[in-house]
Design a protein around this ligand. Structure first.
Ligand code: GYE
Length: 349
């Protein structure tokens, strides 16, 4: 009985927390947060919470801690996860938005543990600082699947599987495209993603390593634009006003949103993005394809955000006792020029 009370307390706390951080009742807002009508039949309502009500028979309950809504890419990922769960009667999704804060993700994971979900999925905002909470999940025997971003190698035993892209390869592909656009010489600005995020660390590593093969291309400045359009624009504006900004031939942005912000800054500075300054970015959102069509962006390296189907398949496989590969990779492409224009009508995000 005492244990049940604890479970009930934890459920209420968790439900309140999730509704707070989510901030809205999306399609998959936690069902646990729905208040009972005031005139609900008393005898039923007075009973202690039945935890099986949280886990309808045959359903797999997945708690997903999302980073936030910093980019078009992330919006597409959230949509894919929510839509896939909604269309699958065997899945119950508990969705939590951390608004870019690691501490909120840690709280969300703790609430998922308290709710005894079947699987915890998370997109870790940064690589480090997960050890304690993931150990708690492990002790509670709840498998953790990392979605789209990774964590530091030394904690590999604390998650079951990583579903996502090869960010190093994306950085290499971006460098190859940049070298081609620049005819193998010139000065480049690198707009990095969120400091400490695996997607930023590895996209930088892949790009910088590949650029070593092109000694006449110099990365004259590398700075974080936090994966957002507004910060990408701000950083680019400041760089264009600085001494090194006077002689720039290329911009490599770790995501499309920062590239789109940089395009605005370049135009406002009276230069032509795509012509005076070549631009390469990662993600592949529709707006980036439109920018290629308009001649303002030169190449986009695709990074697939439509991870919902793979995530829930993985959760089902785990429930069925199957062993998952440590890394479930996404299939991706690189788009420039006519190839991007041809692909535009069918872009899904
Ligand atoms: O490229 C960026 C987003 O983690 C792969 O995060 C993801 C990255 C994506 O904000 O746009």
């Amino acid at each position: 009985m005492a244990k049940r009370k604890n479970v009930l307390g934890a459920l209420v706390t968790a439900a309140v927390f999730i509704s707070l951080v989510t901030g809205c009742g999306g399609a998959n807002a936690p069902t646990t947060a729905t208040p009972k009508a005031p005139d609900a039949p008393k005898p039923e309502a007075a009973k202690p919470a039945d935890t099986t009500a949280q886990k309808p028979a045959g359903k797999i309950v997945v708690g997903f801690s999302q980073i936030g809504a910093e980019s078009g890419w992330r919006g597409a990922e959230t949509q894919s996860i929510q839509d896939t769960a909604k269309a699958d009667s065997t899945i119950e999704l508990k969705f939590s938005d951390a608004q870019q804060k690691q501490e909120n993700q840690i709280k969300a994971i703790r609430s998922f543990i308290a709710q005894k979900v079947d699987v915890i999925a998370m997109a870790p905002v940064v690589e480090t600082g997960w050890e304690a909470v993931l150990k708690e999940a492990k002790d509670a025997k709840i498998p953790v699947i990392l979605v789209d971003r990774g964590i530091d190698k030394k904690n590999e035993d604390l998650y079951t599987s990583f579903i996502g892209s090869d960010f190093i390869l994306e950085g290499q592909n971006a460098a190859k495209a940049m070298a081609e656009h620049l005819g193998d010489k010139g000065n480049v600005i690198e707009l990095e993603g969120t400091v400490g995020a695996s997607a930023a660390i590895d996209r930088k590593k892949g790009f910088d390593d590949e650029m070593k093969k092109h000694p006449n291309i110099k990365i004259v400045k590398s700075q974080s634009g936090d994966f957002t359009r507004a910060t990408g624009k701000q950083v680019m504006e400041a760089i264009l006003k600085s001494p090194e900004g006077k002689d720039i031939q290329g911009v490599y942005a770790h995501n499309d949103d920062m590239a789109l912000g940089a395009i605005q800054a370049i135009e406002e500075a009276g230069k032509k993005p795509g012509t005076d300054i070549k631009i390469v970015s990662v993600d592949g959102i529709k707006e980036a394809f439109e920018a290629i069509k308009a001649g303002k962006l030169n190449t986009v390296v695709e990074c697939n955000p439509l991870l919902g189907p793979q995530l829930f398949q993985a959760a089902k496989d785990l429930k069925a006792g199957k062993e998952l590969p440590k890394w479930i990779k996404s299939n991706e492409d690189v788009f420039s020029g006519q190839k991007a224009i041809d692909a535009l009508p069918n872009r899904k995000y």
